[in-house]
Ligand binder design. Structure first.
Ligand code: ADP
Ligand code: MG
Length: 708
């Protein structure tokens, strides 16, 4: 038996604070338990009443003669602690604390909450809330509605969790209206004990739950969330509305990665990496739930539209553009079939426009033809009811063919309000219905995304040979010295420990002879200013590339000195770096070398955030970057590289050769390993990494590492 069974599958429930007073929460919960016909015993607890709702009432939990599994507590905040203690003594195993006035109100409330957490732990009780609207187990064996929401929640296969009680009521009502049903519903409030992780675990193997939907304001433990949801989404879709944002964007950052790792980046990356279907609003979530409940996951991404009006179909095609869906090309056989059932004026290409006269028969026959086409994976029939055509009959026929063909069909009905309410009542398990084409397209996208995720291999976390001890020692030394930016030699040594390819270089103090430094290097070289407080060197004239010989080097040194003085930063220069040129060697096809950026920023909750993107001096302007959280698998790295807009540049366009993309992927994985192994790296930028057609020519030419 799972320890959340005491909450979701109790055999007896005490309602502490039940009252007969109309409009009170205590009364509503009692009413709901009765109305839903809970399969167990219900004990109202209230010392001021002998009976409530014709049911004997008890003066205290301990006065109940039978064992009590779950206590639902609605007494005022000041009394909750005493009641919880009493429940402990009584041997109650589950608590649902509806009462508000705890952590959400400030310090005093937080103390009260800590006190009840302590008592619950001491007695081994699991607890939902406080400050929540209750829980529902809608499975036939239990039928427990311990919430104060109006209506009778229908039974179905969706387990729903919400952090906000108010949104919970809205969701319950919306779901009822669509004729969808729940397996469970949990409003978790302050999450003093039970939170998203516990519920995910509970629902993972629950046979009554096929879909998990969550409204989250924060993740408990992001690592655990990742691990769990990666596993669960292989079998059941998880839909998440995530509001609120991570704190990473709040602090100022001087690195490229730090400044780009703004609000939301971390949770976005995390949700994407664990196969969660993120939706942007409650409405979108309900649409998606309707899709997952009412249609099979598609076998591909090829979309066909069937319509009786041009405009909505065009909107659907526009909405589908660029979001992973393809407009299907119908086979010759399908088109011939369509020609035989449609009038001459109709279009037999996708979108199939049946013109306004189309009725139930045409919808049924046309839908059957396109669903039979092997080149079609998803169909969106659009129906704008003309006078004289009965919308429900059209939906009934669409439903019938969709079931028979077993492919996903998301129907758009642009009809009068009254019809939507009639559909769930009059058509059994109707296809999902949407009011606008964009809504249906979005759901098709969500389901296609889920298809891709399930088809995606799990991937592996690689462990490369590396000198971990040396890397740790470098960072540790800087930490003991109070942190800050690593000197170029240390930053290079850190990367070298993880086998990143670096350019040969020499650093000379300001004023020393540059020619001597260049003796061990081969020309052409680059001259750069060195100074811990000079962040972007080229901004102040501190980078000169393509220096052909010793004479030019001396000349470049003089010119740089002048430039630095003019920029007012000469005093901040501690020295100069002479570095060999990358991208110019025998393996680099001229013009094909590309600059990319690899970086790390820390998020206080999510840990290291990895960044990859097009690099160089315009990173912040182009913002063509992608983020991921740890752990990083080889598949994650592959997808990350392909997710930026400029990816085609790496593949080679306009006569450029393809650069070594596998080298880039491997570098991302090495960087993930580095930040995983070495503690204390607050920010790291490799910008640019010059990537050539062959890994032999690839080099990290600029690196900054900030240690805390
Ligand atoms: P900063 O980012 O501080 O301005 P960088 O060291 O990144 O300085 O140099 C700026 C630009 O100069 C790079 O984006 C790159 O185009 C070029 N560059 C720098 N070092 C090299 C090198 N060793 N080989 C080739 N190009 C280089
Ligand atoms: Mg740079």
């Amino acid at each position: 038996m799972h320890n959340l069974d005491s909450i979701f599958k109790p055999r007896s429930i005490a309602i502490v604070g039940a009252t007969p007073r109309p409009g009170s929460i205590g009364r509503e919960i009692l009413n709901n338990l009765f109305a839903y016909e809970f399969n167990g015993k219900v004990f109202p607890v209230n010392p001021r009443h002998e009976y409530i709702h014709s049911t004997k009432s008890y003066p205290s939990v301990e006065a109940i003669p039978d064992p009590v599994d779950l206590a639902v507590i609605v007494v005022p905040a000041a009394h909750v602690q005493g009641v919880v203690e009493e429940c402990g003594r009584k041997g109650v195993k589950g608590l649902v604390i509806i009462t508000a006035g705890f952590r959400e109100t400030g310090e005093e409330g937080a103390k009260r909450e800590d006190a009840i957490i302590e008592i619950a732990r001491r007695y081994g009780m699991r607890m939902i809330g406080p400050n929540c609207m209750g829980v529902i187990d809608a499975t036939p064996a239990v039928r427990m509605n311990a919430t104060f929401s109006p209506g009778i929640p229908p039974t179905g296969t969706v387990a729903f969790m919400t952090q906000s009680g108010a949104l919970g009521v809205a969701i319950l009502l919306a779901v009822q209206k669509l004729g969808l049903g729940f397996s469970y519903f949990a409003s978790v409030g302050n999450k003093a004990d039970v939170g998203a992780m516990d519920l995910l675990e509970y629902w993972e193997n629950d046979p009554d739950t096929q879909i998990i939907a969550m409204y989250l304001e924060s993740f408990g433990d992001p690592r655990r969330f990742t691990e769990l949801s990666k596993r669960i989404t292989r079998r059941k879709p998880i839909l998440v509305v995530k509001s609120g944002s991570s704190a990473a964007g709040a602090r100022a950052a001087s690195s490229h990665t730090g400044s780009l790792a703004g609000l939301e980046v971390a949770s976005e990356a995390l949700l994407q990496q664990c196969g969660v279907n993120r939706v942007s609003s409650i409405e979108e979530m309900i649409h998606a739930v309707a899709g997952f409940v009412g249609a099979p996951v598609p076998g591909g991404n090829r979309l066909c539209l069937v319509t009786n009006a041009g405009g909505p179909a065009i909107m659907a095609v526009d909405a589908a553009d660029g979001h992973g869906l393809q407009i299907a090309t119908l086979s010759e056989k399908t088109r011939a079939g369509l020609r035989s059932v449609l009038p001459l004026e109709a279009s037999v290409e996708n979108p199939v426009d049946m013109i306004a006269s189309a009725g139930p028969d045409q919808y049924e026959r046309v839908l059957d033809l396109v669903l039979a086409d092997d080149g079609v994976d998803i169909v969106i029939p659009i129906f704008v009811p003309p006078l004289m055509v009965e919308p429900l009959e059209v939906i009934r026929r669409i439903t019938r063919v969709a079931r028979a063909r077993g492919k996903p069909v998301f129907s758009v009905l642009m009809a009068e309000e009254a019809y939507y309410a009639r559909i769930p009542r009059e058509i059994e398990r109707a296809v999902p219905i949407y009011r606008f084409p964009e809504d249906a397209v979005k759901v098709a996208e969500q389901m296609n995304r889920y298809r891709l995720w399930r088809a995606r291999p799990a991937g592996e976390v690689h462990v490369f040979e590396a000198d971990v001890d040396r890397a740790r020692a470098i960072v540790e030394k800087k930490r003991r010295a109070g942190g800050g930016y690593l000197a170029p030699s240390d930053a290079h040594a850190l990367l070298d420990a993880y086998r990143f390819p670096l350019c040969h270089y020499a650093v000379v103090p300001a004023g020393a002879d540059l020619r001597a430094a260049a003796k061990e290097l081969s020309f052409p070289v680059v001259l750069k200013v060195v100074g811990a407080t000079i962040v972007h060197k080229s901004d102040v004239g501190g980078v000169t590339v393509g220096i052909a010989d010793a004479g030019a080097l001396v000349e470049a040194g003089r010119a740089m000195e002048t430039a630095l003085k003019r920029a007012g930063v000469f005093e901040r220069a501690t020295g100069f770096m002479v570095q060999e040129m990358a991208g110019a060697g025998p393996n680099a096809a001229a013009g094909s070398a590309k600059e990319v950026i690899l970086g790390v920023a820390q998020d206080p909750k999510f840990g290291p955030l990895l960044m990859f993107g097009m690099g160089g001096r315009y990173v912040e302007i182009l913002r063509d970057v992608a983020f991921r959280v740890l752990p990083m698998t080889d598949i994650d790295a592959r997808e990350m590289v392909r997710s930026i807009r400029s990816f085609p540049l790496l593949e080679g366009v306009r006569g450029d050769a393809r650069v070594d993309i596998e080298f880039v992927e491997e570098s991302i994985l090495r960087l993930a390993q580095l930040v995983h192994d070495v503690e204390g790296i607050a920010e790291l930028d490799m910008n640019p990494v010059i990537v050539t057609t062959d890994r032999a020519g690839c080099r990290v030419v600029d690196v900054r590492v900030n240690v805390v």
